[in-house]
Design a protein around this ligand. Structure first.
Ligand code: GDP
Length: 461
């Protein structure tokens, strides 16, 4: 029998209300050892979806007033009996109430253990469970929307529908191999199977291509602002953050270390680092900053390379452009060339920068209007402009990997079919496409994967 678990479900900070959640067969009896209703009514006598006002006691000492909410299995979040004690949300108070609940017979819940039980009790599939954490950690409206739709089953339905089609085709192929006379040739031939496999592969590829945009919206993209000292990097960063964070001065080399911030620009989340100017320096502190800047350039997925447009490009600007181009060629990075200080006249043409970067923009970081220009450029460049958060979206690398495995296996099936291999051989590849899809939804998944998924959750969820 599963243990009855308990945890503080609200944040680890003082708040108006704090909730201790208890789940398991003994949830009601554990709760009744610490909670007494004002009118003497017993929780055990009530149906699910009831609540009682009363007091939490430490022995006979009252600790806090509380409302106890009762959910009866299977109609609860976890699918088990659940009691939530809603108390005043003081940090000490919550820890004290949790301590009393644990002393009354509950076991401390591990990370994500409530949601894991919901998954194991069939209340959610694995992709829906993963979207719970995405919903909690969403930075913006579209990320929250996408997570909400996944929680509602949009992704599960799409994956299930693709898998169902493949399972039906696989069953037909297996039947044909066993009883060739009973399945008509025209029901099972190249012309009927090929379009089915191609359509399934196309639907999976759509999910994969939407993944990057989804990640940028929910997780953000690591972004490095690079350029010579004094070109306006800090000014631009402050503009994007819409407040003053970096120290802006006209003395070259002021920004010595790497400053990290998160900025939401339209639906794009930039994980920004403003860096020391990229130039040679004899000053040790500044030299460390420059080294960090180079590392950022290597490790960021988006590079904002800033130039002072009021002066002609210098040899060091060109070496920076070459570094940026090489970094982009080496990985899946994107780079924007930003010709700044447009208000001081324009000595730098966009065409001189364009060959080294993914997009170029001329602006003045001093002008508040440059925020909207950057927003439009970034949303288009990163493919988030057309992002439909109500459509099925893959939430993480695990789900992406499952889709990629299924696509590879389908490509093998299509190749085997086109090469005239036997149905048995084609079917091996089709089965190879079905299993990662069932792993994605959690219908066919190892305990290790389940452990890994829930290890990333917070305690109390
Ligand atoms: P960083 O060293 O690259 O971070 O450059 P800063 O952001 O500290 O800016 C250096 C100087 O350029 C400051 O005096 C800024 O006010 C000025 N500056 C930045 N952007 C612009 C701009 O668009 N137009 C003008 N005229 N000055 C700017």
């Amino acid at each position: 029998m599963e243990k009855t678990i308990a945890a503080i479900a609200t944040p680890n900070a003082a708040g108006g209300i704090g909730i201790v959640r208890i789940s398991g067969n003994d949830a009601v009896s554990v709760a009744e050892r610490v909670f007494r209703a004002a009118g003497g009514t017993k929780l055990a006598s009530l149906p699910g979806y009831s609540c009682l006002f009363g007091t939490v006691y430490n022995g006979n000492e009252p600790v806090d007033q509380a409302v106890a909410l009762l959910f009866r299995a299977p109609r609860s979040y976890t699918g088990e009996d659940v009691v939530e004690l809603q108390c005043h949300g003081g940090l000490f108070l919550m820890q004290e109430i949790l301590r009393l609940v644990l002393a009354a017979g509950a076991t401390a819940a591990g990370p994500g253990e409530f949601t894991k039980r919901a998954f194991l009790n069939g209340k959610l599939d694995l992709s829906e469970a993963e979207s719970v954490m995405n919903l909690i950690s969403a930075h913006g409206e579209q990320a929250a929307n996408a997570a909400y739709h996944t929680l509602e089953g949009t992704l599960s339905k799409e994956i299930r529908s693709i898998a169902d089609g493949l399972i039906a085709a696989s069953a037909r192929m297996a039947a044909w191999a066993d009883y060739p006379d009973e399945i008509y040739e025209e029901e099972l031939n190249y012309d009927t199977l090929l379009p089915e496999f191609e359509e399934a592969r196309q639907r999976l590829q759509t999910l994969v291509s939407r993944f990057d945009a989804g990640q940028i919206i929910s997780e953000g993209i690591t972004t490095a602002i690079v350029g010579k000292p004094n070109v306006g990097k800090s000014t631009l960063m402050n503009r994007l953050l819409q407040r003053n964070r970096s120290i802006v001065t006209s003395v070259a080399g002021t920004t010595r270390d790497v400053i990290e911030e998160t900025a939401r620009i339209g639906n794009v989340v930039l994980r920004l680092s403003d860096t020391a100017g990229l130039h040679e320096s004899s000053d040790t502190v500044e030299a460390i900053g420059i080294q960090m800047a180079r590392e950022k350039l290597t490790h960021s997925d988006l590079i904002l390379a800033v130039f002072d447009g009021s002066e002609a490009l210098s040899p060091s600007d060109f070496s920076l452009l070459e570094e940026v181009r090489d970094a982009c060629n080496a990985g899946r990075k994107k780079a924007v060339g930003i010709i700044n200080k447009a208000d001081l006249g324009n000595q730098v043409s966009e065409s001189s920068i364009a060959p080294f970067v993914s997009a170029v923009i001329t602006l003045s970081a001093n002008d508040p209007g440059c925020y909207d220009k950057m927003k439009q450029l970034l949303e288009n460049l990163l493919g988030t402009a057309e992002f439909d958060s109500s459509a099925a979206v893959l939430a993480n690398e695990r789900q992406l990997l499952c889709c990629q495995k299924a696509i590879d296996a389908l490509s093998e099936a299509i190749f085997a079919l086109s090469s005239g291999l036997t149905m048995d051989a084609v079917n091996v590849s089709v089965e190879g496409a079905i299993s990662p899809l069932l792993e994605l939804t959690g219908e066919q998944v190892s305990d290790t994967v389940i452990e890994e998924v829930f290890a990333t959750f917070c305690v109390g969820k």
